[in-house]
Write a new protein. Structure first.
Lengths: 93, 224
């Protein structure tokens, strides 16, 4: 397919590619079409920034406090394992 | 022109230093308690989060997280260090959660997990100019820019979490691993046992849905 045959991307098509664009998963040709559209379309730039903001907001959830794991229980599990598993079976060679 | 995943991500998290990881694994095999506690401190929250994403009942999550650590201890001798320890631990967590789901007969039909069915477009089609019009497929009702400070507010964070929790199971698992935990796509696929293409589709649907929810929330706030 030559470049002239590639139709312009519509806004409706662009929103379906935004996630792959953010992840760098578009083919070079798709990416070029995507970026050419962005150049001249303010609403699509807004849309893309919203997808990026969504990804960033999800990333911030990682810092949220979760109920701490029952450290004591896990420690007891570990001590049992150590007692019942000879060193060679723990992977020491 | 290299468009790497790391460069595309707004918050780059550097992976754990590989030599530090090797030392931890060696220490754990030698029965070093502090190595175990270090791993728990680093990865327990991620384990809990991915287990919750896989199970309809939160009550079972803590249980399954503990099973995961038992699995880590039992399996550490066989860990071949071909993946990072984080990926390996999360894969064990996913397997434990899946066995629990089967055991407790929680297992729901595939369609309900959102694996097969079409989730619809990322944006309501009515927001674009209709077919046949001069600017078909272009915005009719364009998205309004979001004020950064409003998105950073606790309310928006809670909404994002809530919306992620409401996603179909596999979408939730993918967005949790990729965007919340910050795993690379290849590791997400390895942990969940899905293809790259599948991962992309599920992530796209999940992100689109969460974006739409935030948009609704901010629009509502604007009316007040």
């Amino acid at each position: 397919m030559t470049a002239e045959e590639i139709p312009d991307l519509s806004c409706r098509e662009l929103v379906e590619l935004a996630s792959d664009y953010v992840d760098g998963k578009l083919t070079p040709a798709e990416r070029t079409r995507f970026e050419m559209h962005l150049c001249c379309c303010t609403p699509c730039r807004v849309y893309l920034s919203q997808i990026q903001a969504t990804v960033a907001a999800a990333g911030r959830l990682r810092e949220e406090d979760l109920p701490p794991g029952s450290r004591e229980v896990l420690l007891a599990t570990f001590r049992d394992w150590k007692k019942s598993t000879p060193p060679d079976r723990r992977g020491l060679r | 022109l290299e468009h790497s995943e790391a460069a595309a991500r707004p918050a780059v998290r550097t992976p754990d230093d590989p030599s530090d990881e090797r030392d931890l694994v060696a220490a754990l095999r030698a029965g070093d308690e502090s190595a175990f506690l270090t791993l728990v401190e680093r990865h327990h929250r991620s384990v809990i989060r991915i287990v919750r994403a896989q199970l309809p009942s939160e009550a079972a999550a803590e249980d399954v997280a503990q099973e995961t650590w038992v699995g880590v201890l039992k399996g550490i001798h066989g860990f071949e260090e071909r993946s990072s320890i984080a990926t390996w631990i999360l894969r064990i967590a996913v397997n434990c959660a899946r066995s629990r789901r089967t055991r407790d007969a929680y297992l729901v039909p595939l369609a309900a997990l959102g694996e097969g069915g079409d989730d619809g477009p990322a944006v309501d089609p009515h927001r674009f100019q209709p077919e046949g019009s001069r600017y078909a497929g272009h915005w009719l009702q364009a998205p309004e820019p979001w004020a950064e400070e409003r998105l950073a507010a606790a309310q928006a964070g809670a909404l994002v979490r809530q919306e992620i929790e409401c996603l179909p199971t596999t979408q939730r698992a993918v967005i949790t691993l990729r965007d919340v935990e910050g795993l690379e796509s290849a590791d997400v696929c390895a942990v969940l046992g899905i293809t790259g293409g599948n991962q992309r589709v599920l992530l796209h649907r999940a992100r689109s849905r969460v974006r739409a929810a935030v948009e609704r929330l901010l629009a509502k706030g604007g009316d007040q």
